[in-house]
Structures are given as C-alpha cells and as structure tokens.
Design a protein around this ligand. Sequence first.
Ligand code: AMP
Length: 507
Amino acid sequence: MPTTAEDLDRKTFLYNLLVPVMNKHVEGLDQGKSMYLLFIKSETRTPSGLTARPVLTSYYKSRNFVNRPFNRFNVYTSPDETILCSDSKQSMYCQLLCGLIQRDEVLRVGAVFASAFLRAIKFLEDYWQELCSNIRTGKLSDWITDTSCRNAVMSIHRQPNLELANLIDSECGAKSWEGIVKRLWPRTKFIDVIVTGSMAQYISTLEFYSGGLPLVSTMYASSECYFGINLNPLSKPSDVSYTLLPTMAYFEFLPIEKNHEEMVQGASVQCNGDAADLNCLKEEEKLGGKTVDLVEVKLGQYYELIVTTFTGLYRYRVGDILMVTGFYNNAPQFRFIQRRNVVLSIDTDKTSEGDLLNAVTEAKLLIEPQGYLLTEYTSYADTSAIPGHYVLFWELKFRGNTDISMLDSSIMENCCHKVEESLDFVYRRLRSRDKSVGPLEIRVVKHGAFDALMDFFVSQGSSVNQYKTPRCIKSEKAIEILNSMVVRSFFCTKDPFLEPKIGSQAI
Ligand code: AMP
C-alpha cells in the first residue's frame, strides 16, 4: 500500500481524537497510565528500493509517535524503546515487566487487536515466574540483550520489590486465571482491544481473563486508509459502530443486498445455517454502477466500502461490508459486518476460500501417489488455545489395499507444511516469525463424515439439491459432528518459509 509522510498526520489526527472521546465516557484517565502492548515488525525492501512494512510499524517508528507531546491522559507504561525493540520476545517481556512494576498506576490495558492481547496473557502464563524473580531481585534477565530496551526498563525497574513479587506470585500461582487482568491490575477500567469483525471470536476468552471489564473497540482502520472511530466506546461489542471521518479519504459505498435463503442457495455461496452467517450477502451492483456517497447512505442498508485515498488508491475496494446503524449529527455510523471473501483468520491473517483451495490442491498431490484421494475438505479456526491454529478436516478415499492405519504420518505432516507454504506471506509471517498463529492441523475423518455434515445442514434448512460443502464451518454443532468422526490428526512440524512475494500479496 502506498503511503506518504503527510498521511501520517491524518493517522495522528485520528489517534488524537480517540483521547477526548474516551475521556467523555471514562473519568480520571489522567490519574494513571495505560498498559498498551504495542509491537513493531520486520521490514523488507521492494525491488525498487522502497521500504515495505506493516502500517503500525511505520506509525510507531515515525516522528509523530516518537516525538508525541506529553499528554497526561495518554501515558504508556511501556517505554518507547520497548515498543521499538525489533525482537518481539524481548519487547513483550519488557513491556509486561514494566506493566507489572507500575501495576498501581495502570488504568487501562490493551493491544491493537484482541488476538495480540491474548498472546500477551499466554506469554504471562509462560513467564510469570521469571518476571516475579526479576521483580524480587531488582535484576533483569540476561537474555534481554537489546541495550536501549534494557536501559529503558532499568530506569523504571530500579530496586527489588518483594511485596509486589509475592503478590504476583500468589495471583499467577492460583489455580484459575479467571479475572487475572483485574487481579493483577486492579485499577483497570477497561480493556482497549478491537473485538469486532474476525476478532469477535476472542470475546469469551477475553471475558474469562478480564473479570468483567468492558471491552472497548476504539477504531476502525486498515493498511490502505484509517477510516473512523467509535464514539460510544463503552457499548457492548455486538453494538459497536464506527463513525467514518469524512476527511480520511473520499468514501463511496456499493450497496449490497442482504440475501434471503432461496437467493443464497441459488448463488455460488452457501448459507450453512450459522447465526449471522457471513456468506449470506450478495452483491447487488458492480462498481461503476450505483455507488453512493457518504451523505447518501441509508439506515439499515449494507454497503461495501470503497476508498479513494490521498496516497494514490483510486476507487479501491477495501473488501469490508458495513451496515449503517445511525448518524452522529449528519455523519453516518457503521457496524462492521464482515470482510468479503475471508474464511479463516486467527490474527491479522485473512485467508479466502480461493487461498484455501489452492493450498489444499497443492497438498493433496503429496498423498495421491500413495493411493489416497482427498474427497472432501472443510476448515475452521480453532482458537480454544493460544495461539489459535487452522484445522482442516479431510475425508480420504483409499485405493487398492491401503487403509487409514497405513497413512504415513510424515507424508501427512508434509501435507500440513505444503498447505502452510501455499498460504500468503502474512500467514507465513504470523506463523514462523510472530508465532501468533499455531501449526496447522489436518484431522482425517471417517468415511461418511461429510455426509453427516450435509445431513446436519439439511436439517437446519439447506436444500439437498443445491447443497455445497462449506469450505469453512463456524457452527459449533457442525464442528462437533466432524470432531466426533476424526480418526487421526497431524500437525505441521516445521515453520513455513518466509520469502515475501512482493507485488502479489499484502505485506
Ligand atoms: P490490515 O490492512 O491488514 O491492517 O487489515 C485491515 C482490515 O482489518 C480492515 O479492512 C478490516 O477488515 C479489519 N479491521 C480493522 N479494524 C477493524 C475493526 N475495528 N473491526 C473489524 N474489523 C477491522
């Protein structure tokens, strides 16, 4: 995505606007600090010599962030050096240590996305004893080798604190981690993480750890353009709407019709019976047809968002579907409904049905010479553990004398690897570098499992004639049916390679 220095000012404006909005709804945010866990990621160069990096990395490295004026309503527990540390493990450790040391001052905690915050909790689960020992001794672990990060932490972590170490020890050593956020940071008023869109899958886990704290989704943005903010930050996740800031880009909207069951079955998409099924939308107009401007959108109507940006994108389809929920003065407010064409997402990865098909097509070539044919597949994002991972259900047909017991584990592990290698750069980076997505799993199911899946969807109202196996399932019941028919399961045992495919994939 093209970007310019000037565009940073527009992003900074949006970030700055979040401060008074939050103050309007929560009092006393100037009486302490925010424990925001923020990270940078690695950079690459395009063949023409331009730097390519994630949008937030650009922002945190910019003068706008590093030289931001002091604002007592927006003070972080993490020194900038810990945010700007390129080693994500050292960065995480140091940020959590600083957050724990300043626990009495922490008024809110957060990260950009829910998935990143849960990763921090998992990290805390793995490292709390070492963090405690550092607090008890006033020392910093030797493996924190980034000098500026080390110095920044030591300027806060000046002396042993036995009392704090004992307290963390007893909270983290407790049997259950339910409400751990509130227990470790008792003055926290809310958790600032995006929980709309694909991040909604993490709400129940966050609620478990949060001890009933409000979950606040403050803004809606993308690499292409920052869009808008949530003017009612304390609303329930399911009620969150974003007000687009008209000056961020030139916005247009392509009307989308919310489908009826019969239309869905006639279309190439499958309504698989899930509540709020993400595929139950059908495009009504092609771009170039009747797009409407920001002032013309209608309450309750679905639209696909199109932007013309200051940095050079012209009538660009962001891929997001939004619904108008109301107006703030004359500015329309939108609920995020879904991202078009994304079936699997754990963190910031966005895997479409087509991406999955390509990857599975590559992988199944490995088993065919062994006498196994892939007859059906589907998938789901398993987020029951942190990090979450992709699960593929495969039904196989055995040729000749083969049977399931003869299925070679190493070949199936290679299939997992092949799928991962065929997915895009963002997926591979999250898997192999950031480790925010766990190893992909293939669960081989009994013969007939996909018939049972079809029976289930038919019982939910799908037409037998027009039934198409959904390539991703979200219904818990459907997942349960397939899980009950799993005969063997295989995981990827190595990381996918990480060469950026510049020009063909987002970075
Ligand atoms: P990226 O460019 O990879 O950062 O992804 C941007 C996309 O993430 C957006 O187009 C949305 O699909 C999604 N996204 C960003 N912010 C939100 C939000 N607040 N709620 C739901 N989805 C979001």
